[in-house]
Design a protein around this ligand. Structure first.
Ligand code: HEC
Ligand code: HEC
Length: 249
């Protein structure tokens, strides 16, 4: 259940989701670890479940049932948070946003360092670095980005457990700084003892261009998908749902 345990398992079986096109680091992709991080948080420790916040009770026609419209609890603070907390809605919302903003701040710093490390590694390859010289560095990048992704892919986790997420992000930052120290030394050994020229990736379009995506092709494939595949899904859903029992709503 811990970020380090998952990483150790993936390392042991030599698993890689994809190879990074710039640095050639063997990357891992985190898949929404909401449950794992939530389970280490204060609400889990006090026995508060996902459904307490995301599926609060509602009453209709004298019947009490859980709301199956799973959504942000902030759309319904009265029935989710205020069942237990006495604070005003605005205070509870602020408590959530404060935690999200602070986690976002350090996660962005880790992200900036990751981008730089990928570019530095690309330059090292370009100057003739060997697999042997890069091995350790690429593992540091893998481990640091695994932590970034773990923090980014669990969408509710900066509230579910801000402390655990901050711990994960800060260890990611240590790992990427290790990688960048090693890269600075390696680049110097390879004859480049200057600051590295980082690309301008200040917009999404510039970043896409830098990594060499053929956006014209990808966008036209997406258009085609929206036109042809999605209508089939909607049709299938309509047929399926026509067989469901009529709801009280
Ligand atoms: C079923 C009860 C319950 C519900 C529902 C609930 N909480 Fe809590 N919350 C707790 C308990 C218990 C604690 C731990 C505090 C303690 O034990 O003194 C806690 C702690 C907190 C803390 C402090 C955590 C920290 O970071 O140290 C915040 C903030 C908080 N809740 C906000 C919310 C918000 C926002 C919601 C709605 C989305 C919510 N809670 C829903 C019971 C609940
Ligand atoms: C104490 C209340 C509480 C509990 C318990 C809780 N969550 Fe959340 N969850 C929240 C809050 C608050 C947010 C942030 C909502 C926002 O930003 O609008 C959130 C966000 C999320 C999101 C992101 C939603 C989005 O639109 O990005 C997901 C997914 C999620 N939670 C899943 C879970 C799961 C799964 C569990 C149990 C394993 C769980 N939550 C337990 C309060 C809770």
């Amino acid at each position: 259940m811990q970020v380090e345990e998952m990483e150790a398992y993936y390392d042991k079986i030599g698993f890689t989701d994809w190879t990074h096109a710039l640095s050639r680091a063997p990357m891992l992709k985190a898949q929404h670890p909401d449950y794992e991080v939530y389970s280490t948080g204060i609400h889990a420790e006090r026995g508060v479940s996902c459904a307490d916040c995301h599926m609060p009770y509602k009453s209709e026609g004298g019947m009490k049932f859980t709301d199956h419209h799973i959504q942000s609890p902030l759309n319904n603070v009265a029935n989710s948070c205020q069942v237990c907390h006495r604070e005003e809605t605005a205070t509870l919302v602020k408590n959530v946003y404060d935690r999200q903003d602070k986690v976002h701040e350090i996660r962005t710093e880790l992200e900036d360092n990751l981008v730089r490390a990928h570019v530095e590694a690309k330059n090292a390859w370009g100057l003739g670095a060997t697999e042997d010289q890069m091995q350790d560095i690429l593992m540091d990048i893998r481990h640091a980005q695994w932590r970034w992704d773990y923090a980014a892919a669990g969408h509710g986790n900066s509230f579910h457990n801000p402390l655990e997420l901050s711990r994960i992000i800060s260890s990611g930052n240590n790992k990427i700084q290790d990688a960048r120290l090693k890269l600075a030394r390696l680049l110097a050994d390879l004859g480049h003892n200057q600051p590295v020229d980082y690309p301008d990736i200040s917009t999404k379009a510039k970043a896409q261009e830098y990594i060499g995506l053929d956006m014209a092709k990808l966008n036209s494939e997406k258009e085609e998908f929206i036109k042809t595949v999605i209508p089939q899904w909607l049709e299938a859903a309509k047929e399926r749902e026509a067989t469901y029992p009529v709801s009280v709503n």
